[in-house]
Ligand binder design. Structure first.
Ligand code: BDR
Ligand code: CA
Length: 303
């Protein structure tokens, strides 16, 4: 199974991504979770990561606290989509498992060095990974790939006209990560807007009827009513079945201007726009959404 660290800001769709990945232990081995402020502040994010692990009986996975704010703003924007608790008012109890010692950024570097070649999946603002890169300049040698949900390469943003939420919250972090030389697979709004929750899917999840599937159904209904796209689960689906996606190779940089374009993806894909630069990113542009929803439901069935 693919060993990876999950850097996230749960967040209802991050929680769905966790359940999706944890349901596929045959293929994915989540060896740690590093949390970052994003959809809600760091405290509720840390609680939600552990609430979901406890629901899944996976208290063995260490959870590390990371950045409580982005680089260049005193606090992040929070999302209105996930409710004030970050899980759309879910009835899951408060967590009892402890956080693990160490800051997310130093742990990322420690784990990557111990693993030799670490896969990171990131579905929140990229502050923790950028901090890790600043603390440990040799980190790129120990990271094989970052699969991330963020950005909008060829379509409008969802937080500003030009920027998607994760990149809009911390554009500087996103810029550091894309400039790191680590190969990146980017699942942005281009693809995640194609992964739309359907009533049948919710009904199927309810039919499965386990506590995990019923919690997923709750999140799909209550978060899905505000934002029906399976943003963060798309990153997990990519790690499981890349063949259901379409991609283009490109050079991506992130706008850090302090204005209307903050967090915008600048995606060069043609020879002219690449202008001699090598691609640094696999930009995911399309998905077979039926296959994706089935993959997700099967993970709930297998749990
Ligand atoms: C992204 O922003 C957050 O609200 C979601 O969790 C997802 O990571 C979508 O733009
Ligand atoms: Ca997220």
């Amino acid at each position: 199974a693919l060993r990876f660290v999950y850097d996230c800001d749960p967040g209802a769709d991050d929680a769905l991504a966790m359940l999706f990945a944890l349901g596929r232990r045959d293929a994915l081995d989540m060896i740690g979770i590093t949390c970052v402020a994003g959809n809600v502040g760091l405290e509720p994010v840390l609680n939600n990561a552990r609430r979901i692990l406890e629901l899944a009986s996976r208290q063995d996975i260490p959870v590390y606290a990371g950045a409580a704010r982005p680089f260049m703003a005193p606090s992040g924007k929070v999302s209105i989509m996930h409710g004030s608790d970050g899980l759309a008012g879910s009835a899951l109890p408060a967590p009892t498992m402890a956080l693990s010692d160490g800051h997310a950024a130093t742990e990322l570097s420690r784990i990557a060095r111990a693993e030799g070649q670490l896969h990171i999946c990131a579905t929140g603002p990229l502050t923790n990974i950028a901090l890790a890169l600043l603390l440990d300049p040799e980190l790129p040698k120990f990271v094989s790939t970052i699969t991330l949900m963020g950005g909008a390469a060829f379509c409008p943003g969802n937080t500003t006209p030009l920027a998607e939420f994760n990149f809009a919250v911390d554009p500087h972090a996103a810029a550091i990560v894309f400039d790191s030389g680590i190969p990146i697979t980017m699942l942005g709004l281009d693809v995640t807007r194609q992964a739309v929750v359907t009533d049948e899917m919710i009904h199927e999840a309810q039919k499965i009827g386990t506590p995990v599937a019923l919690e997923a159904a709750y999140l799909l209904i209550n978060y899905g009513a505000k934002d029906p796209c399976l943003h963060d689960p798309s990153a997990i689906a990519w790690m499981l079945e890349p063949k259901i996606f379409t991609t283009v190779a490109g050079h991506v940089s992130i706008c850090t201007d302090n204005g209307a374009a903050a967090g915008q993806v600048v995606a060069a894909v043609s020879e002219r726009h690449l202008a001699g630069r090598a691609p640094n990113c696999t930009i995911v542009t399309g998905v077979d959404s039926t296959a994706f929803l089935e993959l997700f439901l099967n993970a709930l069935r297998d749990f």
